[in-house]
Design a protein around this ligand. Structure first.
Ligand code: IPM
Ligand code: MN
Length: 369
């Protein structure tokens, strides 16, 4: 398969993790005989630095012209003001302009990482949740206002039936392939927009008779996700609730550094790690590239390259099994993001070769002899 991929590595740790993701795509192209080409674009703080805009027109044109987008992260300390253009604006504009309406965030417990998880082991083992967050509407994009005195402000949360249906269909279909359990998270006891979500989603349930649908208020869902996260399968929710719930769910697995996401629209798709730019970390590079690498697995699966996606997942699992990880996961002998990337690259090219030279890994040479 030929794929042209827009690479928006962005700010902070974005370029480091994205470079590892590209390395992994190159290994897949080599092993499975595909042709992937990469075209760079600016977004976020680096784009503001160079052009004054968080999403330059050129980047938008590039994204509309390629098959998929690989994004690193946006966010920079020097743009941490609330009254001027911010790096995050670039991401929001991109989502809106490309109609990326479904944000899909899978979270599962990895054996071996459970000790890093904040909850008791028995609550964590076996977690397998996917969040379908609406991404192109709701309070993020509703009318915003502030009065002349600067003392009263408002944000409108508006949804149409069509906006709810298009993401709900994806969530129902995903549930059909999984444990057939969909939980709608809303605040239908209070919000008009949530009442519409509930009405629309429950009306659609007849089309998916094999899927059990539950509805939970977001406050209750926040509690249940801590008390019994294993009870969840597919979570469907709006833009703001999805943003909050996704961060909560993401730490359940033991590391946010492993969590990938896909944002899907009618004609475009974007893949990025769930974590942000982490500009505070400076140049010490303890950042884990696995989330970005697993975003590549989601990209491959999106194009029905399932064997390839599994090869990436297996390589990441192997690195975890061998404790070839960055400092967030391993206190003894942590590796840099580049070395973790090198190992995963080599493993994809030589999965049968179990003769791994640990000494070489630590001096940054070929990992497999
Ligand atoms: C996310 C992020 C973004 C959001 C920010 C960076 C604008 O937190 O993708 O979850 O709030 O949607
Ligand atoms: Mn978020």
């Amino acid at each position: 398969m030929k794929l042209e991929i827009a690479v928006l590595s962005g700010d902070g740790v974005g370029p480091v993790v994205t470079a590892q993701a590209i390395k992994v795509l190159e290994a897949i192209a080599h092993s499975f005989d595909h042709v992937f080409t990469f075209r760079d674009g600016l977004i976020g703080g680096v784009a503001i630095d160079k052009t004054g805009e968080a999403l330059p027109k050129k980047t938008l044109e590039l994204c509309a012209d390629t098959d998929a987008i690989l994004l690193g992260a946006v966010g920079a300390l020097n743009y941490d003001q609330y009254d001027t253009v911010r790096p995050e604006d670039g991401l929001l504009q991109l989502r809106k302009a490309l109609g990326l309406f479904a944000n899909i965030r899978p979270v599962r417990a990895y054996e071996g990482l459970i000790e890093h998880a904040p909850l008791k082991k028995e609550l964590i083992a076996g977690i397998n949740i996917v969040i379908y967050r609406e991404l192109a509407s709701g309070i993020y994009f509703g009318k915003k206002a502030i009065n002349d005195q600067g003392t009263i402000a408002s944000d409108i949360c508006e949804y149409t039936q069509e906006e709810i249906e298009r993401i709900a269909h994806l969530a129902f279909r995903s549930a059909q392939q999984r444990k057939k359990h969909l939980t709608l998270v809303d605040k239908a006891n209070i919000l008009a927009s949530s009442k519409l979500w509930r009405k629309v989603v429950l009306a659609m349930a007849d089309q998916y008779p094999d899927v059990t649908v539950d509805c939970l208020f977001v406050d209750d869902a926040a509690m249940q996700l801590v008390l019994n996260p294993k009870a969840f399968d597919v979570i469907l929710t709006d833009n703001m609730f999805g943003n909050i719930i996704a961060d909560q769910v993401s730490v359940l697995s033991g590391s946010m550094g492993l969590l990938a996401s896909a944002s899907i629209g009618a004609t475009c798709c974007l893949f990025e790690p769930m974590h942000g730019a982490f500009p505070e970390q400076g140049g010490n590079r303890i950042i884990n590239p696995m989330a970005s690498i697993l975003s590549v697995a989601m990209l491959l699966a999106h194009f029905k390259l399932h064997k390839e996606a599994i090869a990436v997942q297996k390589a990441v699992e192997k690195a975890l099994e061998l404790h070839l990880t960055t400092a967030d996961l391993s206190t003894k002998n942590p590796l840099t993001a580049e070395k973790v990337g090198d190992f995963i690259y080599d493993y994809i090219l030589n999965p049968e070769d179990s003769n791994i030279n640990f000494e070489n890994i630590h001096v940054g040479q070929s990992t497999i002899i």
